[in-house]
Ligand binder design. Sequence first.
Ligand code: ADP
Ligand code: MG
Length: 258
Amino acid sequence: MTAPPPAIRFAGVEQAFRTDAGTIRALGGVDMAIGRHEFVAVLGPSGCGKSTLLRLAAGLLRPTAGTVEVFGRQVTEPRDDIGIVFQKPTLLPWATAEDNVVFPARHKAGRAGPGDRERARSLLARVGLAGFEKRLPAELSGGMQQRVGIARALFMDPDILLMDEPFSALDALTREEMGFELLRIWEAQPKTVLFITHSIGEAVLLADRVVVLSDRPGRVVEDLTIGLPRPRGIDTSNQKALHDHVGYLRTLLLKRAA
Ligand code: ADP
Ligand code: MG
């Protein structure tokens, strides 16, 4: 028997964009595999191709060179078993928070099924938005809109969750709470997570592995296994091993930026 393929695999992935100002090489040969139910965080300087990597995994973009596979099959279009949280909330402005969460199911099935609304409300409660179900996006703060986007991505209980700096619009405390809530959801309903973040501490606290990309064109320059025990919580934040990892990654990123 051969081993099952990883959840996501990037092999020799290059991405170039043609613009009026010339060609921009965003990714310069990325090789990386993410195992089933693994939680991988990606760190890297601004503009190094992190969002591009996520859009490739989502099937929203085709690589210039190399291959992107999900569960062993080349990605050619968006899939129902992948949930995406974009860097900026992309909510329907005329739909309530609850309707925004239900939208993907309605889109797929043609209408919301029984139990969908209850499920949407319970997900909104999990992301701290109980009581805000009937609000329109314009009536919510940026951080709250982002949390609606997270509930929406979780709604279909996807096998794979792609998250692009999902917590960057949140205040520090809410951000930490959301991270732990995400871990609880991930532990209760195992899924593969590709999590892009600017925060070294957040990457180490949440992930099984932290992958560091180089400056543009991005390629993998570090792939660090984080062996901190699970379940992780507030106590994890105080562990020496966490601080050692954070210190190591900070030095690496600073040296590369110098
Ligand atoms: P990051 O998320 O790491 O900040 P991105 O993946 O968004 O970086 O972008 C990487 C590089 O590719 C940037 O220089 C960006 O301007 C460029 N880029 C991304 N998408 C496009 C596009 N559709 N057209 C032209 N350039 C793009
Ligand atoms: Mg980005």
